[in-house]
Design a protein around this ligand. Sequence first.
Ligand code: ADP
Ligand code: GLC
Length: 482
Amino acid sequence: MNILMAASECVPFVKIGGLADVVGTLPNYLQRLGNDVRIILPKYKSIDDKKYKLETLPLKLSVDVAGNKESFNIKTCKTSQVTVYFIDNMHFFYRDGIYGSDFGDFGDNRERYIFFCKAVLESAKALGFKPDIIHCHDWQTGLIPAYLKTVMKYDKFFWKTSTVFSIHNIAYQGSFAADTVVAAGFSWQDFTPDKLEFYNKVNFMKCAISLSDAVSTVSPTYSLEIKEFNGLGMEVVLNSRQDKIYGILNGIDYDYWNPKKDKNIAANFSKEDLSGKKTCKSDLQSLCGLEMNPNTYLFGCVSRLDHQKGFDIIIDAMYKLKNENMQFVILGSGDRSIRYELEKAASQMKNIAVFFDYNEVLSHKIYAGIDAYMMPSRFEPCGLSQMIALSYAGIPIVNRTGGLSDTIVYYNHFSKEGNGFTFNITYGENFVQTIYKSEKIFRDKNNWNTLVNNAINCKFSWDNSAIQYNEIYKNLSAYKEF
Ligand code: ADP
Ligand code: GLC
């Protein structure tokens, strides 16, 4: 099958969060299943032409956005496995930042992603790449299924194209005023609750949920939660597509997140020989200006600074645990008020190190050096950080929600089963108490070694998930042929 993956992030080119990891990895596995997979992305200013050897194709294209003609080029490169296209337009993508600046989202995000959705469809035609499936990710690509079911319904080029829409985070929906109908070039006839309309607005995510041929989300538990209570207003829409919603757990790229050959960390280690982890811990403590004590229980967190991730819970815990033999290292970028609270905590307590940056190398050092990984997310569609932590023998302590419920099992020191520690905020269970319980195991070397061994042996590989996506694609294509 021909598969076009449309997304606003993809490693190694541009990354804000886990969406980029998924879009950069899943296509390789789908390609290995015999598909021709191509990825299509915006060409942001930060994507370096020289570094990725981008070539500009001899095509001059344009689409109409809010009454303006927007011209663009297509740039391309090949990763080790798949071809990647970049929609290149100065006006919308040559600026600092991806979705916004320090002061919030860009004011023209509506136009930017209307443009991107239209340009994706126009590019497929110009490239002569007839997709069996366009797999769209998150709200930024939400209008693609909508165009194909409305104004482009009779477009011969796409007659056998089906769309799959993956929800990575329902908290970001792309909701804009009703006049988006005009700006995006739809017809008012389609401004109805079953198509474009949602509370008298055009909500890109709702359009995609209603109008794509199949909807997936990134863990089985999140797929249930968003239908029942965590859909942020989208519950009814999701329930109307009940039979077409799939929960498929993400994996991680174990070639990349591999402590055995990771060049960013102070010493390599593996499940057979964990001794290098001790070196990574002391290296991280020294880099962070923390006391270099192997007996101190060292926690880490690498995350977007966002309400979702439960930073209020982490900060509260750090104050409550300030007199314990514990240290905390946090790397994050995002919300300024969270940054302020973290800075304040770090200025008051010597056992905390905070870094406000997007820093790939440091993130590896943190995963490799810590004993435990803090992830008290208030909600979590899947979560990759806890999987990464496991692969570097860091023990996740997580709130039991979404994908965290599907991946982390409380360590039972009788049966010796489990790979981390969980608590449930909704049931009033407490992060600090869970940390104390985990500390008991940390200080009991036999149990801790068993737990670490369980953790590093966990595998959330893409093989299985790619097969599940492939099945969805095959069923949709078979239906079109029919
Ligand atoms: P989300 O997608 O909600 O941000 P995930 O756990 O799915 O959360 O994925 C987060 C990914 O982004 C992980 O690969 C994590 O290591 C990475 N990451 C987040 N913040 C940073 C940062 N400041 N520097 C480096 N990597 C980061
Ligand atoms: C989103 C979610 C995260 C998920 C990632 C990749 O950013 O917040 O839980 O792991 O997408 O699907």
